[in-house]
Unconditional design. Structure first.
Length: 171
């Protein structure tokens, strides 16, 4: 049995003698790095770059899989966030305000008390009615401000969901 095998460089075609202990070397003629492949009684040479291309493609494929998984998880999380904001919106809508009812009742009772000359009670009830109405309208402005913030957050989340869905569609 020979201590070496004669092979041809796949890059430049030169005759090379490869010993049994070599697994990788550079061609003495062209300088390209080569990998010695042994299997099933066959010995062959392949450029190291070809092996690196396979590794690089594997890394790219893994990266695509990671990006896909990250987008899928992001969409799930964003949908949960969106659901939470929708619930907050409903809670803001459901906030009861007794201000308008109390304000109207206070104004009517105050006016009646003043009309009947009930002394200091009428103006106090009237002021109470005015305060209740102001509180109601101030509360409505607060609700509007809360809804504006919620709407902006919901739009941003919607844009992020669209971004991730486009990423998934491109893979």
């Amino acid at each position: 049995m020979a201590d070496f095998v004669s092979l041809t460089c796949p890059s430049c075609g030169s005759r090379l003698q490869v010993t049994n202990d070599l697994e990788m070397f550079a061609c003495g003629y062209c300088g390209n790095e080569l990998v010695v492949r042994r299997g099933g009684g066959i010995v062959s040479l392949a450029p190291v770059v070809a092996g690196l291309d396979k590794v690089q493609q594997s890394v790219v494929n893994v990266g695509i899989g990671v990006d896909r998984t990250a987008s899928e998880l992001a969409i799930q999380r964003l949908r949960q966030d969106l659901h939470g904001l929708e619930q907050e919106w409903q809670e803001v809508d459901a906030e009861k305000s007794i201000g308008i009812g109390a304000g109207i009742v206070g104004l009517v009772l105050g006016w009646l008390a003043i009309a009947n000359d009930s002394g200091a009670v009428g103006p106090v009830i009237l002021v109470f009615g005015i305060i209740a109405l102001l509180a109601y309208f101030g509360g409505e402005r607060g609700k509007s401000a809360k809804k504006a913030v919620l709407k902006a957050k919901m739009q941003k989340i919607g844009e992020e969901i669209n971004y991730h869905q486009l990423k998934l569609a491109s893979h």
